[in-house]
Design a protein. Structure first.
Length: 324
C-alpha cells in the first residue's frame, strides 16, 4: 500500500511539473503576441514563398498616440504600406502614377499572433525546441503544431530578450516548408516623433486615390443561404456586403478564423445572361500557401480562399447551403 501511495504522489508531481512547463511555453508565445504590437522596433525581414522572395523594411512604433507602422518593399516596383491602428493605406507605384488604396488592418509579420491565445490552444499543440540565432540574436524556437489537417503548423523563433517574433516557418502535414518569414536585421526603435511615418515613393508622380470598395454591415437577414457546420476550430469573425468593380450585384464577404489562420468566403449571385455549365466541377487549386475553391450552386458563385490546406476551403464552401 505504501509503495502504491508513493507511486501516486510521484505521478501527480510529474503531471504538475508537465503542466507548469506547458504554461511557461504558452507564456513565451503570449509575450511574443504582445511584443509585436507594444514594442518600437526597426528592421528588415525576408518573406519566402516557394521560389519567390521579397525583402521588407519595417518601422514600428507604439506610444501614447497609438500604434504606427511603415512597411517598405525593397524588391520590385516601389510599394509602401502605412498602418495606424486598424487602418491600412497602401501606396503602389504603377507606371507614372502612385495609386493609394485604403484597406482594413490585418495581422502582418511579426504581429501574426492574436493577443488572446485561447482559440489557438483549442487547435494547436505547443512545445519548445532549441535556442538558435536569428538576425544575430538568441531566439527560443517553439513548435506550434496543428491538431488536425485543417490548418498548417508553424515553427516560431522568439527573441529571448525582447520577446519579439524573429522568424516564422509555415509547413504542411508532409513537413514541407511552404512559407518562411525572418528578420535579417532588427533593433529597438527609439523616437517620439512621427517624421518617418509618411510614404517616400517618388513625390514627382501623381498620387491617385483608388475608389474604396463600398462595404456595408451584413446582419445576415433576407439571405437565401445559410452556413452549416464549419471546420473544427474555425468561427466567423466578420461579415459584410461589398460592391465590386465590374459587378452589378453585391457580393457577400465572410471571414473565418481559428485565431491564426484566416479564410475568406465570397457569395455572389450570377448575373442574368451569364452562361452556367450544368454539373460543372468546382475549381480547386493551391498556389504557394494559399488554397482556392470556386463553384456555382443555385445561381450563386461560391468562392473560398485562404492560407490553409485544400480540405479546409472545400469544407467551408460545402458548408454553404441554399434554401429551397
Amino acid at each position: 500500500m505504501l509503495r502504491f501511495f508513493l507511486a501516486c504522489v510521484l505521478a501527480s508531481g510529474a503531471v504538475s511539473a508537465h503542466a507548469a512547463v506547458d504554461a511557461d511555453v504558452w507564456q513565451v508565445l503570449q509575450k511574443a503576441a504582445i511584443a509585436a504590437r507594444a514594442l518600437s522596433y526597426q528592421g528588415i525581414f525576408v518573406c519566402q514563398i516557394g521560389a519567390q522572395s521579397k525583402s521588407v523594411q519595417i518601422t514600428h512604433m507604439y506610444s501614447n498616440k497609438g500604434e504606427f507602422a511603415r512597411n517598405v518593399m525593397l524588391d520590385g516596383p516601389p510599394r509602401e504600406l502605412l498602418s495606424q491602428g486598424n487602418d491600412l493605406v497602401i501606396y503602389n507605384q504603377k507606371n507614372e502614377k502612385v495609386i493609394i488604396e485604403k484597406r482594413r488592418g490585418q495581422n502582418m509579420f511579426p504581429a501574426i499572433l492574436p493577443t488572446n491565445l485561447e482559440s489557438i490552444k483549442a487547435s494547436y499543440h505547443l512545445r519548445s525546441a532549441d535556442v538558435e540565432r536569428v538576425a544575430g540574436r538568441q531566439a527560443q524556437m517553439l513548435l506550434l503544431e496543428s491538431k488536425d489537417d485543417l490548418r498548417y503548423s508553424y515553427r516560431l523563433w522568439i527573441d529571448t530578450e525582447y520577446g519579439l517574433l524573429l522568424k516564422s516557418v509555415m509547413y504542411n502535414k508532409q513537413n514541407e516548408i511552404i512559407e518562411t518569414i525572418a528578420f535579417s536585421q532588427i533593433g529597438l526603435f527609439n523616437t517620439a516623433g512621427l517624421d518617418w511615418f509618411q510614404p517616400k515613393i517618388d513625390n514627382k508622380k501623381n498620387y491617385v486615390m483608388e475608389d474604396e470598395v463600398e462595404t456595408a454591415v451584413d446582419n445576415g437577414s433576407a439571405t437565401v443561404w445559410t452556413i452549416k457546420e464549419l471546420p473544427a476550430g474555425y468561427r466567423k469573425v466578420d461579415q459584410m456586403i461589398r460592391m465590386v468593380h465590374g459587378n452589378a450585384l453585391p457580393v457577400t464577404h465572410m471571414v473565418f478564423s481559428d485565431g491564426l489562420a484566416s479564410v475568406s468566403l465570397f457569395i455572389e449571385p450570377v448575373s442574368k445572361g451569364t452562361k452556367i455549365k450544368a454539373g460543372a466541377k468546382p475549381i480547386h487549386n493551391i498556389v504557394g500557401n494559399t488554397s482556392f475553391y470556386s463553384s456555382v450552386t443555385d445561381g450563386h458563385q461560391v468562392t473560398v480562399v485562404g492560407e490553409v490546406p485544400q480540405a479546409t476551403v472545400a469544407q467551408i464552401a460545402n458548408a454553404v447551403v441554399f434554401k429551397k
